[in-house]
Design a binder for this molecule. Structure first.
Ligand code: ATP
Length: 368
């Protein structure tokens, strides 16, 4: 059992606070993805778990073992934490062949030769490097080197996987294949996994749980779709999802007919929502797939198409609304719409998110 508990972890570099009192629980066998903008502290947290950085304060417990405690003065070195790592820098031995690089960890564990050979063939085949096993790292592409690092981690079957963008150097197709394989390896190994990525698709598809970080703090933790559907603040709403959620600053007005959200050239009648006050500043959010094209003269706003992306199976429209932010529309199929065209746009209220003047969620489904 390799549950990981992180309690009140703080890490500073000089006066810069990379991690600010971070606490989280990673269940045994769980796939946890750390997501956030550049510099938010993802790699620092991973390196603290690995034992490659010494935090300034807090506690890390792996299974039943306290591996770091500022209070108890405990700092277990990386080699004694029983974990496998794949970081962006692959750290392969340049003087060893692919096979020997992967075999290294099995030798350290004194794995008997027949078992080690079988395991090597299996993992090298899994990552598609069986035919290159006698090459040296300098004779491999970046993506191939990354796969050697992955095979090395998989070979020893550690109970904890720590990975920092392990697929970032692969081309799109291989990345997709490896993503599926990685999830399979991880669930078969039942390894508790902490994975850093910038890639939204990777986060949504691999994670059991996503932790969204900003400036060294946790903004939200939850299952991928829970975070996607129920962002707790404007930051998370704007960060999760690609293309990002349309976020529009508006004013809430109460009239004889009910409530209306108004922004330049937009007027959105909404049902009564608790906590709104007449004249309150707020932000409403609507994902591109929840914006539809209305018949002329109706809809919540009128917009001019600045750019149309026809991808074959789906269409993205980027539409300018005078005085308001550009609205992104995502619709399935092929739409006969061209740049410069004027459209009426409708927002699906049941999928509209409303945030207060401080950016905290008021409601994630306006009709609820
Ligand atoms: P990226 O996605 O760009 O890799 P990240 O979220 O992984 O970013 P970290 O690498 O953890 O971010 O960095 C967090 C903060 O700590 C940043 O402000 C960074 O500049 C700072 N930092 C990280 N390592 C060091 C270091 N060795 N010395 C000084 N500052 C550092």
């Amino acid at each position: 059992m390799s549950k990981i508990s992180v309690r009140n972890l703080t890490k500073k570099y000089g006066t810069a606070i990379a991690l600010n009192n971070v606490s989280l629980e990673i269940e045994s066998g769980e796939f946890l993805v750390l997501l956030g903008p550049s510099g938010c502290g993802k790699t620092t947290l991973l390196r603290c778990l690995a034992g490659l950085e010494t935090p300034d304060a807090g506690e890390i417990i792996m299974g039943d073992t306290v591996v770091f405690s500022s209070e108890k003065n405990i700092m277990t070195p990386p080699g004694k934490r029983n974990l496998g790592m794949v970081f962006q820098s692959y750290a392969l031995w340049p003087h060893m062949s692919v096979r020997d690089n992967v075999k290294f960890g099995l030798d350290v564990l004194k794995t008997p030769k027949p078992i080690a050979d079988e395991r090597l063939d299996e993992v090298l085949g899994d990552v598609g490097l069986g035919h290159l096993d006698q090459r040296y790292p300098s004779e491999l592409s970046g993506g191939q080197q990354q796969r050697v690092a992955l095979a090395r981690l998989l070979a020893t079957q550690p109970p904890v996987f720590l990975m920092d963008e392990p697929l970032s150097n692969l081309d799109a197709r291989l990345r997709m294949d490896m993503r599926v394989e990685l999830k399979r390896f991880q669930s078969e190994a039942k390894a508790t996994t902490v994975y850093v990525t910038h890639d939204q698709t990777e986060a949504m598809t691999l994670a059991d749980k996503i932790v969204v970080l900003q400036s060294g703090r946790i903004e939200q933790t939850g299952a991928p779709l829970d975070i996607y559907n129920n962002p707790q603040n404007v930051f998370v709403a704007g960060f999760i999802g690609s293309p990002r959620m349309n976020l529009i600053e508006a004013t809430a007005n109460q009239g004889a007919e009910g409530w209306t959200l108004t922004a330049p050239n937009m007027s959105v009648p909404i049902p009564n929502v608790a906590c709104l006050t007449d004249g309150a500043h707020c932000t409403f959010g609507i994902r591109p797939e929840h914006v539809s094209i209305a018949t002329e003269g109706s809809g919540h706003t009128k917009a001019q198409v600045a750019f149309a992306e026809q991808l074959g199976g789906e269409t993205y429209l980027y539409c300018d609304v005078e005085g308001s932010p550009q609205i992104t529309v995502h619709q399935p199929g092929q739409l006969p719409i061209v740049k410069g065209q004027t459209l009426a746009l409708n927002f699906a209220l049941e999928n509209m998110h409303l945030f207060d003047a401080y950016g905290q969620v008021i409601v994630n489904q306006v009709t609820r």
